[in-house]
Design a protein around this ligand. Structure first.
Ligand code: 5RP
Length: 226
């Protein structure tokens, strides 16, 4: 049985093959996507692949640029052909939770502006139902009040903290709460409810977004079509 990192690499390299010359490519965030970036960097250096990258986080922008991938702001490109991103968990209806790496807002902006979305995961991320904690990005002003309202609803929020115990700031300088459920409510209903709450910027439920999922599983890569 291959370890999780090996499966991430296998799937990441496979997903990078979907990228073609001349494409504008949304590039996700996280440890799985680090392998996609590595593979794309090699293709740029070795095959002369010409692409424009659109980052979903400052970290991705820096890493990809270092590997020779020209990076552009999402508002500076005409369109995005394909976005390759990771996920924290994907259910049997291809609904996903994202944001474990604190990049959910930019990830969702890039995803909804992309003609095609591919997610890359190792097979530990596939589950019949969503059970992962749900990240929610919130405006700092009034965050304590919003936290109380989420708690009253029984959503068991926790502050996302860094290693020094300070609130994590996203690339848009917002805070993150992680919601914990005994049983995840209907994701569409929950998503609508969270979006309607003043102070919530975005939540980590990615619904009706993905076109294709590449799963690294036991030394072979399995592409699942939606
Ligand atoms: C970041 C994300 C990542 O895609 C998700 O957390 C998966 O990360 P990893 O590949 O490191 O497991 O949503 O906000």
């Amino acid at each position: 049985m291959a370890d999780q990192t090996a499966l991430k690499k296998l799937a990441g390299y496979r997903a990078a093959e979907f990228v073609e010359d001349g494409m504008v490519v949304g590039i996700g965030s996280g440890s799985t996507i680090a392998f996609v970036v590595e593979a794309l960097g090699k293709r740029v250096a070795e095959e002369g692949l010409k692409i424009k990258g659109v980052p979903t986080s400052d970290k991705t922008r820096r890493t990809a640029a270092k590997l020779g991938i020209p990076m552009h702001n999402v508002d500076d490109v005409d369109h995005i052909d394909i976005t390759i991103d990771g996920a924290d968990q994907i259910d049997e209806n291809f609904a996903a939770i994202k944001g474990g790496g604190a990049a959910l807002l930019w990830e969702k902006i890039v995803a909804v502006n992309s003609r095609r979305n591919i997610w890359v995961v190792d097979d530990t991320k596939i589950a019949p139902h969503l059970t992962h904690y749900l990240p929610v990005e919130v405006i700092p002003y009034g965050a304590e009040q919003l936290f109380k309202r989420l708690k009253q609803k029984g959503y068991e929020p926790t502050w996302r903290l860094d290693q020094n115990g300070n609130p994590v700031r996203t690339d848009s300088a917002n805070f993150l709460f992680d919601l914990h459920f005994d049983k995840m409510p209907d994701p569409f209903k929950l998503g609508r409810e969270l979006t309607s709450m003043v102070g919530v910027v975005e939540h980590g439920l990615f619904l009706n977004i993905v076109d294709q999922v590449v799963v690294g599983r036991d030394d072979e890569t399995i592409a699942v079509f939606d």
